[in-house]
Write a protein that binds this ligand. Sequence first.
Ligand SMILES: [Zn+2]
Length: 148
Amino acid sequence: MLPEQRIKVMGSIKYYAAPDVRELFENIVTKLGFSHVDCGKISFFRSQGSKSRYTVARVYGLPRIWQQALGLEPHYVLEVISERYDRLTEEEKEKTLIHEALHIPRGFQGGFRHHKGNIDKRKIDRLHKAYRKCFAASASQSISVTKH
Ligand SMILES: [Zn+2]
């Protein structure tokens, strides 16, 4: 690659629809009973070319003032950073999406919950365990169904 081409690529973030992330996220919030999270009002993107070094994923809410200004319903965007997210194990991906789901407040009004008091490793591990338990339960259920 020529140096000038590389500069061009580095300068712009590209966003792609991420149906795989949607599927996993929907599965997680359903199994964990996060009924306040309306997946129909969340867009899922995978980005490439982000400069942030440590971010794996992030959630954006549409601020209420913008909702009012544009006459829109509350909406969220969940972005995963391809360079980091795609390298994670399945378990790490699940924990990442649990983390992001916790950023969405109960009210689902476009706001954002911060880490302090809301999101920590223990909580995520506990929820992840619960999610895996549901997963195992539904898997054994479907096995027994196919036996008949
Ligand atoms: Zn966070």
